[in-house]
Design a protein around this ligand. Sequence first.
Ligand SMILES: NC(=O)c1ccc[n+]([C@@H]2O[C@H](COP(=O)([O-])OP(=O)(O)OC[C@H]3O[C@@H](n4cnc5c(N)ncnc54)[C@H](OP(=O)(O)O)[C@@H]3O)[C@@H](O)[C@H]2O)c1
Length: 336
Amino acid sequence: MLRVGIGGGSGYSGVELIQILLRHPEVEITFLSSERYAGDPVEVLFPHLRSLIDVRFSKLEDVSQTDLDVLFLALPHGEAMRLVPQLDNIPLIIDLSGDFRIPAPEVFEQYYGFAHTAMEQQKGFIYGLTEINRDQLRGARRISNPGCFATATILALYPLYRKAWVDGPVYVDSKTGSSGAGRSPSATTHHPRRTQSLFPYKPFSHQHIPEIEQLLDRAENRLIFQPHSAPFVRGIFASHYMQLIEPKTAEEVRALYQEIYSQSPFIRIVPGCPDLSCIQHSNFVDIGVATDDRHLIVWSTLDNLQKGAAGQAVQNMNVACGFEETLGLTASPAFP
Ligand SMILES: NC(=O)c1ccc[n+]([C@@H]2O[C@H](COP(=O)([O-])OP(=O)(O)OC[C@H]3O[C@@H](n4cnc5c(N)ncnc54)[C@H](OP(=O)(O)O)[C@@H]3O)[C@@H](O)[C@H]2O)c1
């Protein structure tokens, strides 16, 4: 059994990791951090996990004295870059924040608003979009887990970019649920503000833009990306609008996706339009397409805490450690 720790075990991504790892046959959770709940057993904060896990929260600083095989970091941006340089002894670290996703320091600073302080370590990180970087992830020691919006849009557009089928810009209209903002409410994320509303934020400036552009780099296809806060708890629903160089039928586009993702167990190419309620609580990404001569719409939907965070992080651990890619991740989506 691998000894696994979670920095930020008390957050939404952290608890999603706990829930997945409890179903994983090759690991044992031995370290969970929380500054606020240090010393408390897990059920004090998460009563639904009573009798399922016997670990107390610790201070994050205690991680350096803990013997771990794998450490997941589910902390606010800026914390992992402070910690990682002190943790050379941990064989595998998977960071869920944005700290190690962007190799160019000036681009990082432009989108995150503060300077990067661990660029030397950054070079050792593999970008963990599993379906695209699977070969590089085998045996990896440092993995930066992608953002949830970035995962939805890269997977939706990658086959088209690989074949250079798109003519001109791609317009991305993406919606996220409230759990994407984490456990602590803020003025724009807490329930009364959000539950009856829908509003855009960060036009032309969301921090996932450079992640998407570094994987989908075709100067001819500028990406115009607009995220929205939506009134559901879990999920990303992304719509991508574009024009094709040659006319294609929906069947031809679906066949391309089936071919490119034929070895990817979590990508489902669905007939018609995908639906958020078909992927919630699972690691699936559902992709649907519609065409009208040269116009194409591609929809992708995923659970932000699963494929958008903890699920993809475990998928990456599985690939890095040589386990079956789906281990611990085969729970069905939960409906209703
Ligand atoms: N939520 C999502 O859908 C999602 C998706 C993809 C990626 N991510 C990324 O995952 C990371 C965690 O997000 P989240 O939504 O799970 O956040 P969250 O619910 O707000 O949890 C944050 C966690 O970090 C801990 N923490 C906060 N400040 C700390 C500090 N200064 N030192 C040590 N620990 C600290 C908190 O512990 P306490 O108990 O002490 O407060 C808590 O465990 C973020 O970088 C986020 O961008 C999130």
